[in-house]
Design a protein around this ligand. Structure first.
Ligand code: KIV
Length: 266
């Protein structure tokens, strides 16, 4: 698919059974390379707190950090959909705060969609944003901004009651108007059930091959993050002599459903 990717394109890809290839980016040069390779969605994740800034979590990341990196990435993106994270405490206080923060990322960062973490407590906020022209990507499962509440970076939804809660939240977020849903570190069987239950696309990271799309953190996918990478990521630079080729191989693996394999799933 060569034309510009929109939120509607992603929904159509789900309908057609075409997998959605997604990757994070934080600067102009990588964004250009990733976009040229044919990525469908580029995300400026608040993972930048870890991979760009060297923090232990995403919690210190500010709205200004996100707008700055989003602006840099936007300058390199011609085709992919640009999704940008709302960082910790830029949307949790109330829905008006969320709207103001999202507006800043769209106006200053050129975001085409914003992502926020959380289930039931975020449903009203998602509805409020979408009603006001802000496309929203939701994020369930392992929500890194809640790392201290979750007690670490752990797989979520392993027990029947927590799996049911994630499924119910996914349905409520879709009903509230979310245009896509990231599922992070959940059992592949749960991600499959959620994907089948929704009409909006699911984007998995550590959520098995049956999600409608896959995303990785760029530095994990290139094997250049100096700390241990999560089990669900894969170093596509291995056996590859250029970054551009590694990115193309990743896109191919997502489209052909050879990534993620069982060893990258729970
Ligand atoms: O912060 C991030 O980069 C993310 C994606 C990996 C889903 O949330």
């Amino acid at each position: 698919m060569s034309k510009t990717v929109t939120v509607a394109t992603l929904k159509e890809m789900k309908k057609q059974g075409e997998k959605i290839a997604c990757l994070t980016a934080y600067d102009y040069s990588f964004a250009s390379l990733i976009d040229d390779a044919g990525m469908d969605l580029i995300m400026v994740g608040d993972s930048l707190g870890m991979v760009m800034q060297g923090y232990d979590s995403t919690i210190p990341v500010t709205l200004e950090d996100m707008a700055y990196h989003s602006r840099c990435v936007a300058n390199g993106v011609m085709r992919a959909l640009l999704v940008v994270d709302l960082p910790f405490m830029s949307y949790q206080i109330d829905r008006e705060q969320a709207l103001e923060s999202a507006g800043m990322l769209m106006k200053e960062g050129d975001a085409q969609m914003v992502k926020l973490e959380g289930g039931a407590p975020m449903v009203e906020t998602v509805h409020f944003l979408v009603e006001r022209g802000v496309p929203v990507c939701a994020h369930l499962g392992l929500t890194p901004q809640s790392v201290h509440q979750l007690g670490g970076y752990r797989v979520q939804g392993k027990e029947a009651d927590s799996a049911q809660r994630i499924l119910d939240d996914a349905r409520s977020l879709e009903q509230a108007g979310a245009g896509a849903l990231v599922l992070e570190a959940v059992p592949a069987s749960l991600a499959k059930e959620i994907t089948n239950a929704l009409t909006i696309p699911t984007i998995g990271i550590g959520a098995g091959v049956d999600c409608d799309g896959q995303i990785l953190v760029l530095q994990d996918m290139l094997g250049i993050y100096p700390r241990p990478s999560p089990k669900f990521s894969k170093n596509f630079m291995q056996g590859c002599d250029s970054i551009g080729q590694a990115i193309k191989n990743y896109i191919g693996a997502v489209k052909q459903k050879t990534f993620p394999a069982a060893e990258h799933s729970f």
